[in-house]
Design a binder for this molecule. Structure first.
Ligand code: FES
Ligand code: FES
Length: 215
C-alpha cells in the first residue's frame, strides 16, 4: 500500500499551536527545575551574619583570626580590629587612594573590599614593607626627594609605586604617573613623588625642575 507523503498531510493551525504550546511549557518547566535546584543549593549554604563571624586574613605574612560582621571593610578591619593604621580612611568611596593596600601584589582600595572577601589573599600594608625597620629603596627615595608634605597620602602612593617597581623595575615617567593615577595628594607633592619613584628605580631624571615641568 502506498504511504502517504507527510507534506500531503495538512497540519491544522490549531494543532500546530497546541504542539508549540506543549514544547514551550516543557521548556519553561525544565528551566524552572534548574532554577529550583540552584535555589535549593543556595539555601543549603550557610547564611552568614549579620552578627560577627570568623574571618581569617593573611596580612604582611602573618595570619590573623578575627571575629567580624560581614559588612566590615578590609580598611576597618586593619585600622579598628588590628593595630595597622598605615592605610588611611579619607574619602571612604574609592576616590582618593589613601587606603591603598596590596592584595596578592595588586594595589586595591581597602575601603571598597569586605574583609570576608579578602580571605585567602596575601595582603600587604605599608607596615609590611619594612618589617625590620629598614626602609625600602622607594621609601628612602621619598625621603631624599622630599616626596611628601603632610604625609597622609604617602602610604598609598608608596604601595602603588612599590607594585609598579616590582613588575617594572625601570619604569618610564608615564608609567609612574599611570601607576599612581588612583592616588590623590591634596598637598600637591606629585612632581617629587614621581622623582622619588624614578630615583628608586635608578632611572636618570634631568633635574627636579624637569620632572615638575612634565607633570
Ligand atoms: S579612603 Fe579608600 S579610596 Fe579614599
Ligand atoms: S602629602 Fe599631604 S596629601 Fe599628599
Amino acid at each position: 500500500m502506498a504511504q502517504e507523503h507527510p507534506l500531503n498531510h495538512p497540519v491544522s493551525r490549531r494543532g500546530f499551536f497546541k504542539g508549540l504550546g506543549a514544547t514551550a511549557v516543557a521548556t519553561v518547566a525544565s528551566r524552572a527545575e534548574v532554577v529550583a535546584g540552584e535555589l535549593t543549593k543556595l539555601d543549603a549554604e550557610r547564611v552568614q551574619g549579620p552578627g560577627a563571624i570568623p574571618v581569617d586574613l593573611v596580612i604582611n605574612g602573618k595570619r590573623s583570626s578575627l571575629q567580624l560582621e560581614p559588612r566590615v571593610t578590609l580598611l576597618d578591619a586593619l585600622r579598628n580590629h588590628l593595630p595597622l593604621t598605615g592605610a588611611k580612611e579619607v574619602c571612604d568611596r574609592a576616590t582618593c587612594g589613601a587606603c591603598t593596600v596590596l592584595m596578592d601584589g595588586v594595589p586595591v582600595y581597602a575601603c571598597m573590599i569586605l574583609a570576608v572577601d579578602a580571605q585567602g589573599a596575601k595582603i600587604t600594608t605599608i607596615e609590611g614593607l619594612s618589617p625590620d625597620g629598614r626602609l625600602t629603596k622607594l621609601q628612602e627615595a621619598f625621603v631624599t626627594c622630599d616626596g611628601l608634605q603632610c604625609g597622609f597620602c604617602t602610604p598609598g602612593f608608596v604601595l602603588s609605586l612599590s607594585a609598579l617597581l616590582e613588575k617594572t623595575p625601570q619604569p618610564t615617567e608615564a608609567q609612574v604617573l599611570k601607576a599612581c593615577s588612583g592616588n590623590l595628594c591634596r598637598c600637591g607633592s606629585y612632581p617629587r613623588v614621581v622623582q622619588a619613584a624614578l630615583q628608586a628605580a635608578g632611572v636618570k631624571t634631568a633635574s627636579r625642575c624637569e620632572v615638575i615641568r612634565h607633570v
